[in-house]
Design a binder for this molecule. Structure first.
Ligand SMILES: [Fe+2]
Ligand SMILES: [Fe+2]
Length: 295
C-alpha cells in the first residue's frame, strides 16, 4: 500500500531536491583559470618578462581584460600601456597579480543578479570595490597575506551568482518579510533555499582549489566568529564588505551606519577615521576603474 506523504515529508523532499540542484549548478561552473598561480612564482623568481607574458597570453580573453584594466587610471596611472609587456613593467608584481585576478574573476559575474534585486554589473562592481578596500585595509593594518584577503574579498559573494536564479524563484515572496521583520537577508536565504551564498561560495572556492584561508573567508564573510581558524583574514574580508555596503546606506535615521561600533572593527582597530578614509579613497578609485570593468 502506498502511504501518503505528510506535508512535512513533502517539504523535506522539496528542500533536498532543491539543495541537490543548487549544488550541482555550482559544480558546473567552469574551473577558475590558473594563470595567477602560474604567474606568481615567476614574479617571485624574477623571471624574464617574456616568460610572464607567455603565461598571460596563453588565454586571449584574459589578456584582453588585463590590457583594458591596465589602461585605467587606477592601475596604469599616466603611462601608455599597449602591450602585456608594458603592463608587466608599469604595474609591477603585486598590482599585476591583482589585475590578473580581476580579469579571471570577471567571467563569473557577467549578467545581472536580479534575484538579489541588483542591476546588471552591480554585484561585479560591489565585488571589485570590496577587493580594492581590502587591499588598503590590509596595508593600513599591516596584515600579512594581503593577496589572500584581496582574493577572498573579490570572490566573497560568488555564491550569489549561482543562487540568483533560485533566489528569483523562491526568495521574492520572502523579501517583504525581510523588510518587515528585519530578518537578515543571509538568514532568510538559508531558510528559503536550504543554503546561503556564504556556504555555496565556500563550496565553489574549495572546488576551484583556492587556498584554505580564501575558502574560509568566503564561507564566513558575514560571520567571522564562526570561522575555526584564520580569523584576521576572515574578519578583514568581513570589514571590507561592510565598509562597501555601508556607503550611502543609512540605518533608517538618515545617519550612516556606525561601523566603528561594530565589535569586529573594534577588535581589528578600525576606527571611524579609518573607515571614512577608506570610503573616500574608494569613491576616487571606483571612478578611475569603473568604466574599464564593463569592457
Ligand atoms: Fe555576502
Ligand atoms: Fe558583499
Amino acid at each position: 500500500m502506498i502511504r501518503e506523504l505528510s506535508d512535512h515529508e513533502v517539504n523535506a523532499l522539496h528542500y533536498e531536491l532543491l539543495l541537490k540542484d543548487i549544488v550541482s549548478t555550482a559544480e558546473k561552473l567552469p574551473p577558475f583559470p590558473d594563470i595567477v598561480w602560474k604567474v606568481m612564482p615567476l614574479i617571485r623568481n624574477m623571471a624574464p618578462i617574456e616568460e610572464i607574458e607567455g603565461v598571460i597570453k596563453f588565454d586571449q580573453v584574459i589578456t584582453a581584460r588585463v590590457l583594458t584594466l591596465s589602461q585605467s587610471a587606477y592601475y596604469g596611472r599616466r603611462s601608455k600601456i599597449t602591450s602585456i609587456q608594458d603592463a608587466i613593467l608599469v604595474l609591477g608584481g603585486q598590482k599585476l597579480v591583482q589585475v590578473i585576478m580581476i580579469a579571471c574573476a570577471a567571467r563569473y559575474f557577467q549578467g545581472s543578479v536580479s534575484g538579489y534585486n541588483l542591476n546588471e554589473r552591480e554585484l561585479w562592481e560591489h565585488s571589485v570595490a570590496t577587493a580594492l578596500v581590502s587591499e588598503k585595509l590590509a596595508r593600513r593594518l599591516r596584515l600579512k597575506k594581503a593577496l589572500t584577503i584581496y582574493t577572498a574579498s573579490l570572490l566573497h559573494d560568488i555564491g550569489k551568482t549561482v543562487l540568483d536564479l533560485y533566489a528569483k524563484i523562491y526568495l521574492h515572496s520572502s523579501l517583504s518579510e525581510i523588510t518587515r521583520e528585519g530578518v537578515r537577508f543571509v538568514d532568510m536565504e538559508r531558510k528559503a533555499l536550504g543554503i546561503g551564498h556564504e556556504e555555496l561560495g565556500e563550496l565553489i572556492a574549495r572546488r576551484w582549489q583556492f587556498p584554505p584561508e580564501v575558502v574560509l573567508a568566503i564561507g564566513h564573510h558575514h560571520h567571522p566568529d564562526r570561522s575555526p581558524t584564520d580569523k584576521d583574514i576572515v574578519t578583514a574580508t568581513y570589514i571590507s564588505n561592510e565598509i562597501v555596503n555601508a556607503m550611502g546606506d543609512t540605518n533608517g535615521s538618515g545617519e550612516p551606519a556606525r561601523l566603528d561600533e561594530d565589535p569586529y572593527f573594534i577588535r581589528m582597530g578600525v576606527d571611524r577615521a579609518m573607515v571614512e578614509r577608506l570610503q573616500d579613497d574608494l569613491v576616487t578609485d571606483m571612478q578611475e576603474i569603473k568604466e574599464f570593468l564593463r569592457k
